[in-house]
Design a protein around this ligand. Sequence first.
Ligand code: BES
Ligand code: MN
Ligand code: ZN
Length: 496
Amino acid sequence: MKTNLTLSTPAQVETECLVVVALDRSTNKDKPEVSIETNDAAVKSAAREVISAGEASGKPFEATLIHHPAGVKAKRLLLLGGGKAKSFSAFDLRRLAGAAVRTLKSRGLRGFAFVAPQNSAQEDSVKAVVEGGFVGNFEADTYKSDRKDQRIDELTVVAAGDQNMLQQAIDTARVIGESQNFTRTLVNEPSNRMTPTMLADQAKRMAQEVGLKCEVYGTDKIIELKMGAFWSVAQGSDEPPALIILRYEPAGAPEKPVLGLVGKGITFDTGGISIKPADGMEKMKYDMAGGAAMLGAMRAIALLKPKIKVTAIVCATENMPSGKAQKPGDVQIAMSGKSIEIINTDAEGRLVLADGLFYARQLGCTHLVDAATLTGAVVVALGYVNAGIFANDDQMYERFRKAEDRAGEKFWRMPLDEEYKEVIRSGIADIVNSGGRWGGAITAAMFLKEFAEDTPWLHLDIAGTAWTEEAKPWIAKGPSGIAVRSLVEFVRDFGS
Ligand code: BES
Ligand code: MN
Ligand code: ZN
């Protein structure tokens, strides 16, 4: 999708469709008081009739299309409801831009112009519109032979202010939006088309394109490194595992900090010998979404060039039952030397991450972030709305909280009290790999904490948010690309 910037007055923009945000400025419930978010008198007057007729009320995602708007050069005017003016933010604007893309492409349009609401900071608005536009343009329909291939090819943002600053905001947003969609493309592939080897090939190809160092290790090296936890999962599959390492080391970056991004890359999770029920098992193709998020974030980082060293590690393997698979009761020695009693082979994500986190520290990472579709329990706790975040360092958490805010993604902090550790004690080894049902997202995080040790660390459990179960006005059903934007904002801030 091409992205353009124009500083013209909205009424002067020649386009298939001019999109303007309509907000409700009323303070009481009974009667909306609609305001069109532009200074342009011609656009306002073209919208007057549908507003006074009550057809446009400013309700969230309400779309009112006007053909041949009088006094406006655009062929159509789309009023897009943004809800109450009082609470309207860049978060809502991002989703509205996605909704504009989705409504207009379904009507066969290929291009349109979106007016950045004049009452909000223009740079932030322009960025939100472009990011949201890319999110809305993605479809997960690659394998449908009757797919319509309706896409928006050109998005113009109408804004006011310093041209260079605004253009820079557009360029940044485009990189972030495209990187999020890169992640979604990887996650969307079924496991027969995204084996660990294929995921590694995609990582290599991307690294080459954007200028990142990439190394991929297989079985021999994983065993040589004594990654006993990672290998215990991989040993059950006929597909070879892949340890994917990407390095971003810009000239002029300080020696420290070095940020480590560690992703869970289970390309299919059957549960292993502790096999999952058949119902819904097909969804476990997205169990590499954490790893894919790290790849997407690295792509954006390589292109945006913040002054900080970043290393990404993706532990990719299938989790399969077989004659070679590990069994409940087995004891494994992780790379760190800790012994782990496997009581549930379906708690495999924390095993591959245990070695991934430890290895990242060995490679010199001073700060760690991991992302994983780690637990069903986080879905029970937070549903599909918020992703879970855990931290052993308040300062690092605070920086991430600000980053997720700029990115328009939702994370909710969960606790890591020492008392939770009781349930992962083992009678025979240092630790068990499952703390059982209660507080399952937390005890999984407690397990990871054992391998992050005293390194400042954030853990993102994206099991409930990496896959959108139902299409929304702003996003298709399927992989969401959660965490990419927040990670990128976090790294950009860390490197400044
Ligand atoms: N990949 C799953 C977690 C998951 C569940 C992701 C639902 C996406 C949607 C993970 O490997 C898993 O199986 N976790 C178990 C852990 C349990 C055995 C301690 C779970 O959550 O049930
Ligand atoms: Mn599992
Ligand atoms: Zn899993």
